[in-house]
Write a protein that binds this ligand. Sequence first.
Ligand SMILES: Cc1cc2nc3c(=O)[nH]c(=O)nc-3n(C[C@H](O)[C@H](O)[C@H](O)COP(=O)(O)OP(=O)(O)OC[C@H]3O[C@@H](n4cnc5c(N)ncnc54)[C@H](O)[C@@H]3O)c2cc1C
Length: 389
Amino acid sequence: MIDKVEKSMCTGCAGCKNICPVSAITFRADSEGFEYPDIDMAKCIKCNLCEKICPILHPVKSDNTSKPDIYAAWNMDENIRINSTSGGIFSALATQFIQRGGLVVGAVYLEDFSIVHTMISSIDDLEKLRQSKYAQSKIQDIFKSIKDELSKGNKVLFCGSPCQNAGLRNFLRKDYENLYCCDFICRGIISQKVYHKFLNDVSKKHSSDIKNIQFKNKDFGWNRFSTKVSYKDGSVYQLDRFTDYYMVGYLKHNLYLRPSCHNCHFKSLPRVADISLGDFWGIANFDANLDNNKGTSVVIVNSQKGRELYSWIKNDVYSCERTLDEVTKGNSCLLNCAPAGKYREYFFKNIDKTDFIDLINKIDKKASKVPMGEKAREYITVVKNHLKR
Ligand SMILES: Cc1cc2nc3c(=O)[nH]c(=O)nc-3n(C[C@H](O)[C@H](O)[C@H](O)COP(=O)(O)OP(=O)(O)OC[C@H]3O[C@@H](n4cnc5c(N)ncnc54)[C@H](O)[C@@H]3O)c2cc1C
């Protein structure tokens, strides 16, 4: 059964939960907040389907190429580009997909800002899927819904992390002509417990509720992206990638990635998905004209279906061919796993009893020769008028 998978390898893709014919598997969070399958032995009929489709135990079979087509690209709709995490290529793909009668599945915020995967069929709902949400999205029963739609003959575009794509492909157990898969270059995933702890603690200094969250916001430019939490009274928490407490813990100190992310099976090439998206970090070193600080995506086309998808958006995006070498020079996460940080254990030992900001400050002081500058650490609190401006 699925409990054969070592905990440190389980990605939480939820394929096992979705395949179980008697709903004997639920997902439960551990003390770090990462969810793992839990089998109700009273319900289990020992069919072993959960084990048979696990992408850790049984790698996904794929004909995708390890020599994909590579492009630098961005959405020509300036507003969509600025409001996307990278170059807005996902929105271009999803728009065309929906216009051709398809359904799109991706990650959205719920009212309490928890993150789940959902399915949409209308362009009006696309805004909810746009932008990276920096915690592990809950798959819930969405794989079953995708299978239902595929069986009815509907086209589905699934977008999620590489491990979620692998989970879906193995769950389906056969190739569907009408399924298109999109993943992203992934540094690794954070638990929703850590994410909510961050939100709660930065929100203590604000006297109203959260209105909106944007990771990799581009107010300071794409290269110096920021985390922006906007509150209903117009106040804002906004710090750049070098000083935002969440990103310092994630990018600088590797404090809270899911354990399986340190030994990810789904990085590298060939990819499981038909098309992979990411940030084309460092593209200016090869051609300065390709970085105007508004977001340049790398598009990795891994299969014939990926080629078909990409051809649909050719009138909606600027795109030029680049090389894999250029991608890996600036974006090591395509091929390499981030190691667990020295203070990972310390972080989780203290997360329940220490304020998030205090904990990151403490770790940053312990770890860094050059801690986050006091000045840079101050909140940039922007009032309503400034926001409007
Ligand atoms: C956790 C995480 C880590 C990432 N790490 C890297 C990295 O190291 N290097 C890099 O180049 N790019 C990384 N990316 C990808 C990058 O941030 C962009 O998502 C990607 O380049 C697509 O950008 P876009 O502008 O085309 O579309 P966007 O509109 O920004 O893309 C949104 C798409 O991503 C999906 N999505 C958003 N959040 C999640 C989530 N939590 N789980 C699953 N799917 C989600 C949405 O469903 C939607 O389909 C990461 C993304 C995430 C969510």
